[in-house]
Ligand binder design. Structure first.
Ligand SMILES: Cc1ncc(COP(=O)(O)O)c(C=O)c1O
Length: 373
């Protein structure tokens, strides 16, 4: 076994604790839907679904699914899309397809740390730029420009961002596109939280279509509240989709036929609107609980309001290290949140609020009790 391996701490710890504790506020999506919820409890649709033969689907995603995904990106066609086993595989195969050991990658931090870990494990040359709390979780554009060099092969952003919920503004997008274009780099834009906006019903525009070398990553897991489908995608161009597909052949072959069917149904325009409305209700109402709690304890906690997503990145003003604090939460209050340490940022907690009011409020009460003690 190789020793020099960077484990994906966030996922490994979540996998260890999320089903063990009573109050899991580490969840990064909204309260998931059941298959019956998805079908609006329509017995005919449920019956049809039960009759689906458990065969392999087209291994790059059924045409119906790829067309439904493409329809959510202005100007995209089914050939630009490959369906994957979650955004996790979409990210992984996109990096595998485009970068080799020693290649330079520029990564936005903080971030869902998957790409950072993959890059380290593949021996890529990792450069980073930071979202800053004092800039409302934006980044310093001038500083960013100095990070990208002629050797940069790919710039990885997460927009809307996990964990801060920041949506890039037009200047930030322009800076990323201009920098990539200048050196011919690809942009990998992880957009799994698009659709979970707080202040607008406008779906966060994709970077796809703003420059010709964009890998736009999407998923049914977050804004569509269907993480158990394990269905994600990459939207790029036909040649890149083909290249990613040939890596996928070795890894998962394809996502399941049930996921293909359910995701295509969920992305049909009317159903999609219904799901996104549900999601926005969850995140907007849920955030009020978190905000009230932060305000009530503002001698300890502060937060920059997220633009999107079901998670808040809360700063706390105490000596204790974030992993230590979370350990105490688990063992004393059976409550779990993600420590800032997993994003390389101590003294923060990533707390989810896209769940039921009672659940979120009880979890928050338990965090307060540990802090008080
Ligand atoms: C930003 C981001 N990208 C990708 C993923 C992986 O999502 P999926 O469930 O689609 O594999 C997550 C999961 O938390 C995420 O937060």
């Amino acid at each position: 076994m190789k020793n020099n391996f960077y484990p994906f701490m966030l996922e490994r710890e979540m996998g260890t604790w999320e089903h063990q504790v009573k109050y899991n506020l580490s969840e990064s999506g909204v309260h998931p839907m059941s298959t019956a919820d998805l079908f609006g409890n329509d017995p005919k649709l449920i019956e049809e679904f039960l009759a689906v033969k458990l065969n392999y689907p087209e291994t790059n995603g059924s045409l119906e699914l790829r067309e439904s995904i493409a329809a959510t990106y202005q100007g995209a066609k089914a050939e630009d899309v490959i369906a994957t086993t979650g955004a996790a595989q979409a990210n992984f195969t996109s990096i595998l397809t485009n970068l080799d050991q020693g290649d330079e990658i520029v990564i936005m931090l903080p971030n869902y740390m998957q790409i950072w870990g993959i890059a380290k494990n593949l021996g890529l040359e990792v450069k980073t730029f930071s979202l800053k709390e004092e800039l409302g979780w934006g980044f310093d554009i001038n500083e960013f420009r100095t990070i990208v060099t002629k050797n940069t092969k790919l710039i990885a952003v997460c927009n809307p961002n996990n964990p801060t919920g920041h949506i890039m503004n037009s200047e930030e997008i322009k800076a990323v596109v201009d920098a990539a274009e200048k050196v011919g780099a690809w942009i990998l834009s992880d957009e799994v939280y698009a659709g979970a906006e707080h202040n607008t019903d406008i779906f966060t525009p994709s970077l796809w279509g703003q420059y010709d070398k964009v890998l736009a990553i999407g998923s049914m897991s977050k804004a569509y509240a269907l993480p158990g489908l394990r269905l994600g995608w990459v939207v790029s161009n036909p040649e890149m989709s083909e290249a990613i597909w040939s890596r996928q052949d070795y890894i998962t072959i394809c996502p399941t036929i049930l996921a293909n069917k359910l995701a295509a149904y969920a992305l049909s325009p009317e159903v999609r609107n219904r799901i996104l409305q549900r999601t926005r209700e969850y995140v907007r109402r849920g955030y009020l609980n978190l905000r009230r709690w932060v305000n009530e304890h503002n001698d300890f906690f502060s937060i920059v309001p997220p633009d999107a997503a079901a998670i808040g990145f809360v700063h706390y003003n105490l000596e204790i290290n974030s992993s230590e604090l979370v350990k105490r939460l688990i063992h004393e209050q059976s409550t779990y949140v993600v420590p800032g340490d997993h994003f390389g940022m101590d003294h923060y907690l990533r707390i989810s609020y896209g769940l039921s009011d009672e659940y979120v409020n009880e979890g928050l009460r338990r965090i307060r009790d540990v802090i008080a003690s």
